[in-house]
Each structure stands twice: as C-alpha cells, then as structure tokens.
Design a binder for this molecule. Structure first.
Ligand code: PAF
Length: 282
C-alpha cells in the first residue's frame, strides 16, 4: 500500500505499535532492483511489519547531479516491494519531508564524510544523514536495513546513530550482483551496451586485489595499483577513485592488519558507478 503523508503512515502503524509489533524499515530512492528486494526480504524475515520509503532525496544531490533525471517508477516499485514482503510504501512529496521553512541538517563531521565519495560529492552525506534522520523519526522502526554496496554511507550512518544515541539497529546486508558480477544499482540503466560490458571490471579488479591480499600482500599502495591497472584496461572507464581505508573508521592506513575497505568509483561517460570489497585477515 502506498502512503504519501506522515499522518497517514502514523495512523496505519499505530495499531501495530500498540500491539508491540516490530517494524523493519528499508529506506530507498526507488527504482527498485534485486538489491533493494533482498533488504526487504531480510526485513520481513526479522520483523512483523516492513515499511519501505521510496523518496528521491533532493538534498543529497549537488545542483550538477542527476536529481531530475534519476529514474522513478512508483507503480513498478509498489508491485516489487509488496511481492518481496513490504507492508507499506512511504512515498512522500518533497514538501512533506522538507516543509516550507525547514532549515535543520544533520551532518557527520570529519574524514569519514570527506574521503571517497565525499571528495567529489562534498554535500552528499549531509543530505543522506539529514533525510535518514528525518525518516527514522517518522517511521520509528526497530531496525533499518542498508546495503554494503554503499559502504561509506553505512559507515557514516553507523556514526550518526552512535553519536545521536538513536534507538534503532542498523542491519547491513551483502552486495547483490548481476550474474557477471556488476553490483546492482538503479544507475546501471544509464549505461550504454559497451559501457555495461566494460563495467564488470569494477568487480573483477576488486576480486583480483582480494586474491593478492589473500596470498599475503598487505600494502595498500600495491593493492590500489593492482585495482587501478585492471580498471584502466577498459577504454571507457575513467577512475574517480581507487582507495583502501580502515573500515568502518575510514582512517588512512598503509598496511592492512585486520579489516579494510577497498572501494572504487569509476565513470563511464556521465554514469558514475561504485563498488567495494572488505579485505579481512581471518
Ligand atoms: O542509499 C540510498 O538509496 C539513499 O542514500 C537513502 C539511504 C535512501 C537516503 O536517501
């Protein structure tokens, strides 16, 4: 069922809250794919009621980014989300979330929001934390589900929840991939046929580095070079970053001791794709 207002969502959820039922929340920007559906299924397995938000959040897009053209299809989203187990699809207008005169932002400061995607998208995470904090206040869920594909977003949101003592558990779910390894993303639909073929290099380069890491290589510089060289084999690929940081602190490291995040952002024409892998010593 699609719900457009906070008042209506409150009214629908009130009986469940009164009965002490648990609410799982899956925040999305819509145009759902298998990655989102896996979050919804997990939420359904772990909660009585599942709320999915479907809201393209303007504050996380810079003026030169794809807010207007971001793909939207609420009819298809409702069908997919419901079949995966969603009970309510919260699809508010921009003015429902940011009423006239709203001027409060939630911002996680420090390197965690400045490195990786924060470098080329300096205002992005401020928009994400603001909307997620607003949505958490509206839905009042027990658990919220996020994909590891947005590894930096996960790190930033974990920090926000900790710092603001938010009473919600974040559940981080594995990256869902196409058969050839490309991480699922609503932006994959922008790729030309040739770019789509070449985009498999993101996953391939990370797996290559993982193999070298598993054979004993600890140097972040060496592993970064292996990833970058592999990506550069693809003529249409333009690297935005290839980085390795401690995870989830996102602190700079030169050697991997316990656990690190290897993350890439690569442009194919105007389409910027991200992917990552956790490198872990067992
Ligand atoms: O990951 C996303 O789709 C968005 O950043 C989120 C968490 C729904 C906030 O708009």
């Amino acid at each position: 069922m699609i719900i457009k207002t906070i008042k209506e969502l409150d009214a629908q959820l009130a009986p469940y809250r009164n009965e002490g039922k648990t609410i799982g929340f899956v925040p999305t920007m819509g145009f759902l794919h298998e990655g989102h559906l896996s979050l919804i299924r997990r939420a359904k397995a772990e909660n009585d009621i599942v709320v999915v938000s479907d809201f393209v959040n303007p504050t996380q897009f810079a003026p030169n980014e794809d807010f207007e053209s971001y793909p939207r299809d609420i009819v298809r989203d409702e069908e997919l989300a419901t079949s995966a187990g969603a009970d309510f699809i919260f699809h508010p207008s921009v003015s429902e979330i940011y009423p006239e005169g709203s001027s409060t932002f939630v911002e996680v400061e420090g390197d965690i929001t400045k490195v990786l995607c924060g470098e080329s998208r300096p205002s992005h995470f401020k928009g994400v934390t603001t909307v997620v904090a607003i949505l958490f206040n509206i839905v009042k869920a027990n658990k919220a589900y996020f994909g590891q594909k947005d590894a930096q977003q996960v790190a930033v949101l974990l920090q926000m929840v900790r710092d603001l003592h938010m009473n919600i558990e974040l559940v981080v779910c594995p990256i869902i991939r196409e058969e050839d390894g490309l991480a699922m993303s609503s932006r994959n639909t922008y790729l030309s046929d040739e770019a789509r073929k070449q985009s498999v290099v993101l996953n391939q380069s990370l797996l290559l580095a993982e193999g070298v890491f598993n054979n004993g290589e600890n140097s972040t510089n060496k592993l970064i070079k292996i990833i970058a060289d592999k990506i550069n084999e693809m003529p249409l690929a333009e690297i935005d970053y290839v980085s390795i940081y401690d995870y989830p602190s996102l602190k700079v490291i030169t050697k991997i001791n316990q656990q690190a995040l290897a993350a890439v952002a690569v442009k194919f024409g105007n389409t910027r794709l991200i992917d990552n892998i956790i490198l872990k010593r067992i």
